[in-house]
Design a protein around this ligand. Structure first.
Ligand SMILES: NC(=O)C1=CN([C@@H]2O[C@H](COP(=O)(O)OP(=O)(O)OC[C@H]3O[C@@H](n4cnc5c(N)ncnc54)[C@H](OP(=O)(O)O)[C@@H]3O)[C@@H](O)[C@H]2O)C=CC1
Ligand SMILES: O=C1O[C@H](COP(=O)(O)O)[C@@H](O)[C@H](O)[C@H]1O
Length: 467
């Protein structure tokens, strides 16, 4: 573990939105996971921030509850909780509330050389104001600032936010999170390929017929209805996580594995995504969505999207990338599948369309799976599809990290390779513009199904592999 320990530099970690949903479910449990794994610097303090006058003790109780509900235990609680503080009364340009004083007090514990890391786990509409307030109160200098997704809610909003952020921070200080990039199996999308000549050799349109990036969810949106009803599946998942994963599949080999080269390679392939053709998109809304408290009675927000994406590079021209996600579906999965072409001129007949598939399970600790067409053992000559699975946690010496732990550790270490950049995001908004400007009408689907039937046609000939 010592090999991976975050920079020895003492750290003051300020968590804006510390009482919110993301903090409770992801950020606080991940911070604890890093502490329990001995992966934090020796000296650190975590300061929660919010608009209320919450005491340190009240916040510690909140953190304990979060760990009970969403964490992996509290064995190291005492040593953890004594480093937790709360700075209330908000944080605006006009009034910084308690934060500057609490940071000053924390410096007495961890030293004047402590690095400041600000984690903005707030609704995206507040990112600009909080960035300006960091600048106004002298808390931006030398700090690292983590922005949750989505970084921008439209092309215009992205451009405005980008301007504000770069008015206060140097790009090297900025860490825009897309937690799908922190998943163990997502990282293997490029590692498997760059480490294995056999895989590298087939990673192109000559061999791959289609790519599926499929994240159906059985989850509802009841706990975050107001947020969701302003966002929808296209913004919440498609142009964020699914596009970034598509970039990981489509990426050209970077000049080196340095953070900058890897980031550049990922961002530059997004420039080759063709703007979405809305005739190749199906939007859906599950029956009963409008009855959820917090959702408008006449909401037309999409809770489902399936779309074809084309990547106009020599490697991928002509290969559809099929992206699908939605809420209240029949199955939960997070799967990237490369469907291989049948051998040309094969003497065999009856090879199934999905007879050769390399797939990556992004959920949990991740897995890499292979399906291949084989002779069904037995007296007859029949073909069948067999499956091999490599759960990543079974790799020797594996110590899988949750995506948020991975990414927080990278922030502490100053490694930006798994974070997004504005050049790529500017392209994302261009690619998404036809869909955002002129969305197809939303079709209804019954909860527990796999979305509107018309989405099935997009994935011919083999259909969606997650069924
Ligand atoms: N929740 C999730 O599953 C995920 C969320 N995200 C992203 O994380 C960020 C936070 O999401 P989430 O935690 O769900 O959001 P919440 O709605 O729970 O808000 C987080 C906290 O922000 C504070 N807050 C809310 N509104 C305002 C406001 N107008 N001005 C200032 N502070 C405000 C509140 O704290 P207080 O009242 O104490 O001030 C609230 O507890 C978002 O950008 C979201 O897109 C990303 C991935 C998943
Ligand atoms: O960012 C988000 O991701 C989750 C799915 O990711 P997981 O890794 O937490 O399973 C999704 O449910 C949510 O709507 C979205 O905001």
């Amino acid at each position: 573990m010592m090999d991976h320990m975050a920079s020895v530099q003492p750290t003051i970690f300020v968590l804006f939105g510390a009482t919110g949903d993301l903090a409770k479910r992801m950020v606080l449990p991940s911070f604890y996971e890093l502490h329990a794994g001995g992966l934090l610097p020796e000296k650190w303090v975590l300061i929660g921030n919010g608009r209320h006058d919450t005491s340190d003790e009240e916040f510690r109780d909140h953190v304990h509850d979060a760990l009970d509900e969403f964490g992996s235990g509290t064995d190291h609680w005492d040593a953890f909780s004594e480093r937790i503080r709360f700075a209330g009364k908000g944080f605006t340009v006009d009034d910084p509330g308690a934060l500057p004083d609490v940071i000053e007090a924390a410096r007495k514990d961890v030293g004047d050389d402590a690095q400041l890391v600000h984690y903005i786990a707030l609704p995206p509409t507040t990112f600009e104001d909080y960035t300006k307030a960091l600048g106004a109160h002298g808390l931006a200098e030398g700090a690292r600032v983590v922005y949750e997704k989505p970084f921008g809610t439209s092309q215009k909003n992205f451009e405005e936010l980008d301007k504000v952020v770069h008015g206060v921070l140097d790009e090297k200080q900025v860490y825009r999170i897309d937690h799908f990039l922190g998943k163990e199996a997502t990282q293997n999308l490029h590692v498997l390929r760059f480490a294995n000549g056999m895989v590298d050799g087939i990673w192109n349109s000559r061999h791959v017929e289609q790519v599926q990036i499929d994240v159906p969810e059985t989850l509802n949106i009841d706990d975050r209805a107001e947020f969701y009803d302003e966002t929808g599946a296209v913004l919440d998942m498609l142009v964020t996580h699914l596009f970034q994963v598509a970039a990981e599949v489509a990426i050209e080999p970077p000049a080196s594995m340095s953070a900058e080269d890897l980031q550049s390679a990922r961002e530059s392939v997004i420039g080759s995504f063709r703007p979405i053709d809305t005739s190749e998109v199906v939007l859906g809304q599950y029956d009963g969505y409008r009855d959820v408290e917090g959702v408008a009675d006449d909401s037309t927000v999409d809770t489902f999207v399936a779309a074809k994406l084309w990547v106009d590079t020599d490697r991928w021209r002509g290969v559809p990338f099929l992206l699908r996600t939605g809420k209240m579906l029949g199955v939960s999965a997070q799967r990237v599948s490369l469907v291989f072409r049948k051998p040309p001129n094969s003497p065999l007949t009856g090879i199934p369309d999905d007879g050769t598939v390399l797939s990556f399970d992004l959920s949990g600790n991740g897995a890499i799976d292979m399906s291949m067409t084989v002779k069904e053992p037995g007296p007859d000559f029949d073909l069948s599809v067999g499956h091999l699975s490599l759960p990543l946690k079974c790799v020797p010496d594996a110590e899988p990290l949750s995506p948020y732990s991975r990414l927080i550790l990278d922030v502490l270490n100053g490694d930006r390779s798994l974070f997004t950049r504005p050049d790529g995001l500017a392209q994302v908004w261009k690619v998404a513009a036809p869909l955002l400007d002129n969305p197809p009408s939303v079709e209804n689907y019954a909860p527990g199904t796999m979305g509107p039937d018309s989405a099935d046609d997009l994935a011919s000939p083999c259909g969606w592999l997650v069924r």
